[in-house]
Design a protein around this ligand. Structure first.
Ligand code: ADP
Ligand code: MG
Length: 271
């Protein structure tokens, strides 16, 4: 079942196409990772899909309905969004933030025990339950990011749109958060995740899209997309790709453009 369709979408502002002619589908069961250099248009694309920005061209459908015809509430019942920059200055507690995920389901009523149980479970899943009563501004950046992920999970939507959910996280929690997105997809949902770490993308995504200068220049399985030539071109840094020693995925290594003085030279000489 196709949960999200973007057909030929573009976003033009200040004389520039930040996103151009992107077509993408997200099917139930799928995790799609979006990678690409800074400024490639990944967040802009996510904002278009989230309904935060109106596309200049093209059309987006959520569960078969044109996105622009869905109310904000109807959108929030279909997709949950983790935006790249979330600044919480008001001292909501972690549990209150997770409960915000339930807002699209309340229909004007106060939260029920059921809503509180879902929010609490989302805190447990993101390993933030011990912060439940703590005001968000007192948590570390990574801890806050995990609470925001709990809010997204508590929204219990079929579609997850996550913009760099692992950026502030330690190794354990990077895996934890991607595991949770993977599990949501395995249970019949779908996730589109902007990631910088192409190796994490390879481990968790069914398909990887590479954005470059506003365009989706490649979209396919990790082995199709994570090719040395393509990545070296797009990122402007030498890249090698080899089989992962412990997983059935490619492993991407980037090397400094100028090897002089780097430890790479040292290892090469030692051999
Ligand atoms: P990414 O998430 O891939 O790093 P973004 O989608 O945030 O990239 O931004 C894509 C490009 O568009 C960047 O060069 C950014 O500076 C530019 N940009 C983003 N928003 C605007 C805006 N409102 N007006 C002009 N340029 C913008
Ligand atoms: Mg971004």
């Amino acid at each position: 079942m196709t949960l999200l369709v973007a057909q030929d979408i573009g976003y033009h502002i200040n004389g520039r196409w930040l996103v151009q002619s992107v077509s993408l589908t997200l099917s139930a069961g799928e995790v799609v990772a979006l990678v690409g250099p800074n400024g490639a248009g990944k967040s802009t694309l996510l904002s278009l899909l989230a309904g935060d920005l109106p596309p200049t061209s093209g059309e987006i459908w959520l569960e078969g309905e044109p996105l622009h015809r869905l109310s904000a509430l109807a959108q929030a019942q279909r997709r949950a969004v983790l935006r790249q920059q979330i600044v919480v200055t008001f001292p909501f507690t972690a549990l209150e933030v997770a409960l915000m995920g339930r807002a699209p389901h309340l229909r004007g009523y106060a939260e029920s025990d059921h809503d509180r149980a879902i929010a609490q479970e989302a805190l447990v899943q993101t390993e933030t339950a011990s912060f439940a009563a703590r005001p968000l501004p007192t948590l570390s950046g990574g801890e806050q990011a995990r609470v925001q992920m709990a809010r997204v999970l508590a929204q219990t939507t079929p579609i997850l749109l996550l913009d760099e959910p692992t950026a502030a996280l330690d190794l354990r929690h990077q895996h934890r958060v991607l595991h949770l997105a993977r599990r949501a997809a395995d249970q019949g949902g779908a996730a589109l995740i902007v990631l910088h770490d192409v190796n994490l993308a390879a481990l968790y995504a069914n398909r990887i899209g590479v954005m470059h200068q506003g365009a989706l220049c490649a979209l396919g399985t990790p082995w199709d997309v994570l090719r040395a030539e393509l990545l070296s071109d797009v990122y402007g840094v030498p890249v090698t790709v080899q089989p992962h020693p412990r997983a059935a995925t490619p492993l991407v290594l980037s090397l400094p453009e100028d090897m002089t003085g780097s430890r790479y030279t040292y290892v090469a000489e030692a051999r």
